[in-house]
Design a protein around this ligand. Structure first.
Ligand code: DAK
Length: 258
């Protein structure tokens, strides 16, 4: 598939989507977001894909929504067209596990897209920020919500109200990212993690992901109940039986993804 703003490839069961609009630091124009959504939906529907890795360039994961594209829009227009809402949320809704490999700027919509992934692996050069306040607006794709859940109120308020960026180490300490690695090793490490996830049973990774996401949206008691029922449900998978039998027989499991 030929795209204008992204590049895609598959490496065995891992799909890699690279944001590819370098002159604008991968600013998320409508065309890029549409292509990203299309690629995500395609890989999510592909039974041969077990993990989707999203990355940008060394200088920028993405420097935000395209300011030049949205600067002349009126309230009436953004309200009427529900401004870019649908396409932006696709990453948050795919069932296949997703990893964002972030180097350089992850700002505004770029930070929001990274936070929609299931985990972020960052290079030591990564910078995260929600600078919308500096251009007279506020985050529009979950920045005030996902960031606050990830890093807590005080740091989220600081980032959203000052627009200042945080570095990779701060993001790691705050729980925004899972891991920080030297820039030169980012893709190697992100791919290692993605391959590991893609090497698990696919239906099991899907329900595991779903259970973790429930934690952000419900009470502890409800969440634990959901987890218990989902855990029970894994006993319906052939792969659950295979995994435990393989352990007992001291051999590697052979998943059938059923
Ligand atoms: N949009 C458009 N172009 C951008 C851009 C952006 N966000 N960020 C960078 N560029 C362009 C620059 O204009 C420049 O283009 P030329 O002048 O060469 O034509 C080129 O990329 C290189 O940028 P710089 O020359 O500025 O590079 P520097 O290294 O000096 O600075 C920077 C890098 C990232 C610090 C700086 O470019 C910058 O401050 N960029 C803007 C960052 C920002 O404010 N981001 C937040 C944007 S607002 C919504 C969903 C999401 C959103 C809203 C609604 N819905 C679902 C409703 C999100 C909103 C935002 O993200």
């Amino acid at each position: 598939m030929a795209y204008d703003y992204i590049a895609t490839e598959t490496q065995d069961a891992v799909a890699v989507i690279t944001l590819n609009r370098p002159k604008a630091l991968n600013a998320l124009c409508a065309g890029l977001i549409a292509e990203l959504g299309e690629a995500l939906k395609g890989f999510d529907a592909d039974p041969g894909i077990g993990c989707i890795l999203i990355t940008g360039s060394e200088k920028a994961f993405a420097a935000g929504a395209d300011i030049k594209e949205m600067k002349d829009k009126t309230y009436q227009e953004v309200e009427a067209e529900d401004f870019i809402t649908g396409d932006w949320e696709i990453l948050a809704t795919v069932r296949t596990p997703t990893v964002a490999a972030v180097s350089g700027f992850a700002l505004g919509g770029g930070c929001e897209v990274a936070m929609m992934a299931d985990m972020i692996v960052a290079s030591d050069t990564a910078q995260f920020g929600q600078p919308e306040i500096t251009i007279g607006t506020i985050p529009g794709s979950g920045g005030t919500q996902r960031l606050t859940r990830a890093v807590g109120k005080s740091l989220a308020m600081y980032m959203c109200l000052t627009g200042e960026f945080i570095d990779a180490e701060t993001a790691l300490r705050a729980g925004l990212v899972a891991k920080v690695v030297p820039a030169a090793e980012l893709m190697e490490e992100a791919l290692r993690i993605a391959r590991k996830i893609a090497g698990m049973s696919r239906p099991v990774t899907r329900v595991c992901k779903e259970a973790v996401k429930v934690a952000l949206e419900t009470t502890l008691a409800e969440g634990v109940r959901f987890e218990r029922r989902t855990f029970h449900a894994t006993f319906a998978f052939d792969d659950r039986k295979e995994g435990m039998e393989a352990f007992a027989a001291k051999r590697k499991p052979v998943w059938t993804h059923r």
